[in-house]
Design a protein around this ligand. Structure first.
Ligand SMILES: Cc1cc2nc3c(=O)[nH]c(=O)nc-3n(C[C@H](O)[C@H](O)[C@H](O)COP(=O)(O)OP(=O)(O)OC[C@H]3O[C@@H](n4cnc5c(N)ncnc54)[C@H](O)[C@@H]3O)c2cc1C
Length: 367
């Protein structure tokens, strides 16, 4: 049996970011796909843009993560990030009023321009290259689906074949390995397209979709750019892909007139979203053992969270929704600091909140 200090299941931006921060340890990254970031991460437009609105925990988390991730990518992978700013265009009069109303709450420098607001922090990364570079020093195993995980003699054993002292699950929208009813993830499918065009677009834009700045294609007079993204609860088929391609092109043309367009690539993926839209990180709580110890949790009684029973050496980073490239580096750094240095995690992001909410509604019998 092969053995590692750390095994990470999932080579999207969550798993690769954690691999980066774990540094200098013996790490194996596993994915059921045949290469890195073939899940949601490969489909992402990978725009990094500020959250606008009233101050609240979600907006504060996103904007703190945005600042962190833009600085982080720029410092470590300057070749994979383009910071050309983003122009946010209100999609209708209601949004125009909201923009004006919330402008005192903006966390980033911006300039009002003719039809929108220009934020110079707005950026875009190359999603696949970022994931490759983040994880370049780790061992990898592709085409390998983890079907079972068992904790035997202080070690996690995967598929009866691989041993891990610590196991981190960053499996995005596939959560079959986490057999806890409170750990609920919704799949929001989406599509991005890449096009060639004779129009040169200088900035990133967001209105009803996002369009990227363009770059000149090699040996061609044309430019390449990305347009994203759509949102659906149902899985994609060819007809939905076609419909979404037409819709995305319409929405993009409403932002900037694009000439001589040819679609050169279509990617779809499932965003993993938690029920309250916040990301999820930390240890995985053993609900059965915790409720057996504290049945009063079902009546809403408060017990110190440190008393919950947790699976040993088992961690998760998930629920990154539509902002994985903004959130993952910041949250991965916090999670690694927790695993290696016992630094406290943010209560409103850990699995604890999901467990507590579920426990109060649970019909689980302790008899
Ligand atoms: C169309 C689209 C556009 C988007 N645009 C943006 C954007 O502009 N900006 C932004 O920040 N975010 C964007 N997102 C969101 C972003 O892509 C996600 O938040 C992010 O990719 C999630 O990363 P992840 O690592 O959690 O999951 P994933 O990238 O899905 O990675 C999970 C991996 O786990 C593997 N896996 C699962 N189960 C197993 C198993 N049992 N064994 C082995 N391997 C397993 C999967 O194969 C997969 O590779 C977009 C998403 C989509 C779909």
């Amino acid at each position: 049996m092969i053995e590692y200090d750390y095994v990470i299941i999932g080579t999207g931006i969550a798993g690769c970011s954690i691999a980066h921060f774990l540094q200098n340890t013996n790490i194996l990254l596993i994915d059921k796909n045949d290469n890195i970031s073939k899940g949601a991460s490969g489909a992402a437009g990978a725009f990094l843009s500020p959250q606008i609105g009233r101050n609240n925990d979600f907006k504060n988390l996103v904007n703190k993560s945005l600042l962190f991730s833009v600085n982080f990518y720029t410092k470590h992978f300057p070749q994979d990030i383009k910071t050309k700013g983003i122009i946010k265009i209100p999609k209708n009069d209601e949004f125009k009023i909201k923009f004006e109303l919330y402008k005192t709450h903006n966390d980033f420098r911006y300039k009002k321009i003719k039809n929108g607001y220009f934020f110079d922090i707005g950026s875009k990364v190359d999603p696949v290259r970022i994931c490759e570079n983040l994880s370049k020093n780790c061992d990898k195993k592709f085409n390998y689906e983890v079907k079972t995980i068992e904790y035997i003699n202080d070690t996690w054993v995967l598929n009866d074949e691989i041993k891990a002292t610590k196991l981190i699950i960053t499996s995005g929208a596939s959560i079959d390995l986490i057999k806890e009813a409170y750990f609920d993830i919704r799949k929001i499918w989406g599509q991005k397209i890449e096009i060639s065009t004779s129009s040169n677009i200088l900035n990133n834009y967001h209105k009803e979709c996002s369009i990227s700045s363009s770059f000149k294609m090699q040996n061609s007079s044309k430019y390449k750019m990305s347009i994203g993204a759509s949102h659906h609860r149902e899985i994609y088929n060819d007809s939905l892909k076609k419909k979404d391609t037409i819709k995305l092109l319409e929405l993009a043309n409403d932002i900037k007139k694009l000439n001589d367009v040819k679609v050169i690539d279509i990617k779809v993926g499932a965003r993993a979203s938690s029920i309250d839209y916040f990301p999820i990180y930390g240890e995985i709580i053993n609900a059965k053992a915790t409720l057996e110890k504290y049945p009063c949790l079902k009546n809403g009684r408060k017990i110190k969270n440190e008393n919950f029973t947790r699976f040993k050496n088992l961690y998760v980073l998930n629920g990154l929704g539509g902002r994985g490239f903004v959130l993952a580096p910041y949250l991965a750094q916090e999670l690694v600091n927790f695993i290696q240095n016992n630094k406290k995690l943010n209560d409103f992001i850990t699995t604890d909140r999901l467990f507590l909410r579920w426990a109060r509604k649970s019909k689980y019998s302790t008899k």
